[in-house]
Ligand binder design. Structure first.
Ligand SMILES: [Mn+2]
Length: 326
C-alpha cells in the first residue's frame, strides 16, 4: 500500500504548476466528420460531463481514448462518479503508463483552471472514501451529490456499489463474477488487438456477451431497479451512476413521477459518458476511436413531457442503503 500511496503522491504532484487554461481548438479532421455530439457542442463545450469506471492503473483502461476526449472538450462541471483509479488492480500489480498519468494530470489541470470537479469514490477506489466532504487541489470529494441542471432538474449521482447487497446473490458469487469478468476482459483485450491489426474499430466482446447471458441481464435489471427505487425515495428527477459497466439513458415511471436513469458506462470496455449540453439536453455518448469524436447513442430532452414509461413501479419495500444523500 505504501507503494501505491507514493505513486499517487507523485502522480498528483506532476504538473502542479500548470499553465493558463486555453479551451482546446477543433482539429481539422473533425470538420470532415459526420454530424456528431462533439461537432455540435465542442465550440461551446458541455454544461456537465459524467465519467466513471475509468480504472486508471488497470491494463484494460482505455486511457488514450479518454485523454483524446478530455483534450478536445471543455465543461463547467466535471463529475467523476467512482472507480477512477483502480486500487484493486494496483495492489495486484503496479501498472501506471504515461497515458494513465496524463488523464490524472488533465483532470487536476481542469480543476485548477475553472472547471468544477466533483469526485465520488466507488468500490475500486474506496481508499478515497476516507476523504469525503473535503477538497483536494480544487476537487471536491463527496459520497454522493445532487446536481442542479440548467432546466432546474435535480440529478442525484452516486457510484452504485451501495446496491451490491441488494443485487448480488452472495459474496462468493460476486467474487466468481469478478474472476470471470477478468477473463472476459482478457479476451476482449486480445480481440481488440487482432481487430485493430486488421483495421477494424474497437468493439466490446465483454459488452456483447453480457447482454446475451440471462443471469447478467437479470443483474443489470435488478441494479437499475434498485437505483431507480432509491432515486424515487430521494424525490429527484434523475439519477446518474456507473459501477456495472452498462451504459444506459432511459426514462421510467413511479406512479405519477418520471425518473431518468443514466448509467455513464465505463472506459474499460464501452468508452461512454453522460453529458448535459448547454441547452439542458442529456446525452449518452460513446467514443468513436476512428474519428476521435464521441457519438450520441441516446438523448433525453427534459423541457418537454417525457415519453412512455418502461419502469414498473415499486413491487416491494425499498431496502435503503445506509448512506445519506447530501
Ligand atoms: Mn464499481
Amino acid at each position: 500500500m505504501n507503494k501505491i500511496s507514493t505513486l499517487f503522491k507523485q502522480a498528483t504532484q506532476a504538473n502542479a504548476h500548470s499553465s493558463t487554461y486555453v479551451p482546446p481548438a477543433l482539429t481539422s479532421s473533425l470538420s470532415k466528420a459526420k454530424k456528431t455530439a462533439h461537432e455540435s457542442n465542442s465550440q461551446q463545450g458541455f454544461y456537465a460531463v459524467w465519467l466513471s469506471d475509468v480504472h486508471l492503473g488497470s491494463i484494460d483502461c482505455k486511457a488514450e481514448f479518454l485523454l483524446d476526449f478530455l483534450n478536445n472538450t471543455h465543461c463547467q462541471h466535471l463529475y467523476l462518479v467512482g472507480d477512477i483509479i483502480d486500487i484493486w488492480a494496483l495492489k495486484k500489480r503496479v501498472f501506471w503508463p504515461d497515458s494513465h498519468q496524463a488523464v490524472l494530470t488533465k483532470i487536476l489541470e481542469l480543476a485548477q483552471n475553472g472547471t468544477q470537479v466533483f469526485y465520488i469514490p466507488g468500490n475500486h477506489d474506496e481508499l478515497f472514501k476516507a476523504y469525503v466532504n473535503s477538497h483536494f487541489r480544487g476537487i471536491t470529494i463527496a459520497p454522493d451529490y445532487v446536481h442542479q441542471s440548467i432546466l432546474g432538474k435535480r440529478c442525484l449521482m452516486l457510484h452504485g456499489d451501495q446496491f451490491d447487497s441488494e443485487v448480488c446473490v452472495s459474496r462468493t458469487y460476486a467474487k466468481l463474477g469478478d474472476h470471470l469478468y477478468d477473463v472476459l476482459l482478457w479476451l476482449n483485450r486480445n480481440l481488440h488487438h487482432v481487430r485493430s491489426q486488421l483495421g477494424y474499430p474497437y468493439w466490446s466482446l465483454a459488452s456483447y456477451i453480457k447482454l446475451r447471458v440471462n443471469k447478467a441481464q437479470q443483474a443489470i435489471n435488478s441494479f437499475r431497479d434498485a437505483v431507480i427505487r432509491f432515486a424515487d425515495k430521494q424525490q429527484v428527477d434523475m439519477v446518474i451512476c456507473g459501477h456495472i459497466h452498462q451504459p444506459e439513458l432511459s426514462i421510467h415511471h413511479s406512479g405519477e413521477r418520471q425518473i431518468i436513469y443514466a448509467n455513464d458506462g465505463d472506459w474499460v470496455e464501452n468508452c461512454t459518458l453522460v453529458v448535459e449540453t448547454l441547452l439542458g439536453e442529456f446525452q449518452l455518448l460513446k467514443w468513436d476511436e476512428q474519428n476521435k469524436i464521441p457519438n450520441i447513442i441516446e438523448r433525453v430532452e427534459t423541457d418537454q413531457p417525457l415519453p412512455t414509461a418502461t419502469f414498473q413501479p415499486l413491487q416491494q419495500p425499498l431496502q435503503q442503503p445506509n448512506q445519506k444523500v447530501a
